[in-house]
Design a protein around this ligand. Sequence first.
Ligand code: ADP
Ligand code: MG
Length: 650
Amino acid sequence: MSEITELDPETVDRIAAGEVVERPASAVKELVENAIDADASRVEVAVESGGAERIAVSDDGVGMSESEVRAAVRAHTTSKIRDVEDLEAGVRTLGFRGEALHAIGSVSRTTVRTKPRGGDRGTELVLAHGDVTDVGPAGCPEGTTVEVTELFERLPARRKYLKSEATEFDHVQRVVAGYALAYPEVAVSLSHDGRERFATPGRGDRREAVMAVYGREVASAMVPVDGTELPEGPLTGVRGLVSHPETNRAGREYLSAFVNGRYVTAGAVREAVVDAYGSQLAPDRYPFAVVLLELDPAAVDANVHPRKLEVRFADEAGAREQVRAAVENALLREGLLRSGAPRGASAPEQATIEPEPTEPSEGDGPTEPSEGDGPSGEESETAARTPAWGGSVDGEDGEPATVEPEEDDGTSAAGETTDRAESDPHDRRERVQATEQRRLTDEVPEPAFERLPSLRLLGQLKETYLLAESPDGLVVVDQHAADERVNYERLRDRLEGDTTAQTLARPVRVELTDREAALFEPHREALADLGFRAELDGRVAELRAVPAVLADAAGPELLRDVLGSFVSGDAERTVADARDALLADLACYPSVTANVSLREGSVRALLEALDGCENPWACPHGRPTVVRIDETELEERFERDYPGHGGRRE
Ligand code: ADP
Ligand code: MG
């Protein structure tokens, strides 16, 4: 490693200024990056109370001599770049700002114990709220340990800004997990309040690291991305692991992106990964992914964010396309992508059962599941009674999806389901759809809507959007978003006031990621409030009961999404928030959407149900359900108001 020197003012000026230490996780990130830059093969992170009470990061890296550590804690001192030229040529190390130790030391009591590799003397230096108070010899192993206590103690406003221990730890967990996955050759461990959360073996096998952090189930569902056959673009490599489409979660937290080894938020990269799954991934579901991008450091600016969380690509579109292609190739190679494959059809539990379009019963809201399914011996009649367009909502995926008979007494109707599944569903579906397609052009009696304008259906676009004429112009409805809204309100109404738990016949074991497991204990009570009764056995949750009203809508695996929903981004969620988030996520569960898409079976029914919603205009995640293009806009776009129009033509 080169000498630690102070950067000149010109270079300092060029370095993105701002808060380096925002919360415990930002200090952890800097310290872990320092350890990796110091050639460590082992990095141990231990935090207490989410990191607010104590952070300790130990490594077996190159260490520092007394004079080096004295220099290291001063402002703008670094061994990683010398000047602006180095900065411009591109940075290959994780650090380059020379600010972290100094910044951490000015908002905490920071103790550095370090001994150079092969050196004979260790040093301890104490930096208390900005002042070096103590430097002296210390007996310590080769490498460096940085301990941070009293974080923000002299800055009550910042201390107050910290969230709950569970949330702060969640941020720490994600950073450490990220580096553990990016550097499988480094043994990375994390402990919280004296308990080890995970430890990677450091043997260079990324799948082993995934197993340590996300568990066996996820690890076995990961496929390698090797980045061969990349299209033209700025990236020289795209490597890592991505999950099978059915191994997914409701949040983006498990999409980790690294640019030249640095953990970054990189929204564009994450989007590119999700794009690669195409329709294999249900909307609002996200895969597990560890994606490492390599490129000429000069082609990416790491100096745009004080915490180095963002990067700017000279050619972002190019990088994005390369990532998408690399991930797509990986999935194709494993046979996990089929072009035009139906959404979620790869989920093993989704037996294909033909749509059972039934007309909504009189007086019953169209989204209310019918009690007990009609006998299956009258397909043709059912089809004939199906309102025009009946088969089209299921055209969301062009194929039948699961239709689970839903019965309020909770008795299983599995036998019936199986029977129907076995009666050549394909053949029957074709007949059903043929009938409906013929009727597409028929006049559809216009339903009188209360909230939505009256609509005359025109057709369907890309099996995704409904096009309709309203008195004002053109209306485009996103079928899936509409479905979600309808399901959300239906589930919400059912859940209202009823959080009774339904005991499972047999306890179900659900493997959790370390992150989910860490969120379990602090939210035990909230889980119980929602109706989940579970015990944690290491990383495995043993579920004994689930919320009764949701029992038939989704499996016990839902627990994972619920745990994830307690912390989302920076938002801390109350039980009520978590319940909302849970409902929003549930509303797009394939088994739930199938209820509206297929069982109710018609576009009319969907629109009527949407009209019956308290808020028909947005899906529960906040995306619009309906886009209106009024006549004026159409006129403007076609330049019908162009003064010369008439004259020129006539
Ligand atoms: P930067 O990482 O941007 O250079 P830091 O303030 O994080 O700035 O660290 C300053 C310097 O201290 C580093 O350049 C490095 O030389 C030294 N240093 C910091 N942490 C370690 C460590 N864990 N092991 C060895 N050297 C370290
Ligand atoms: Mg650093």
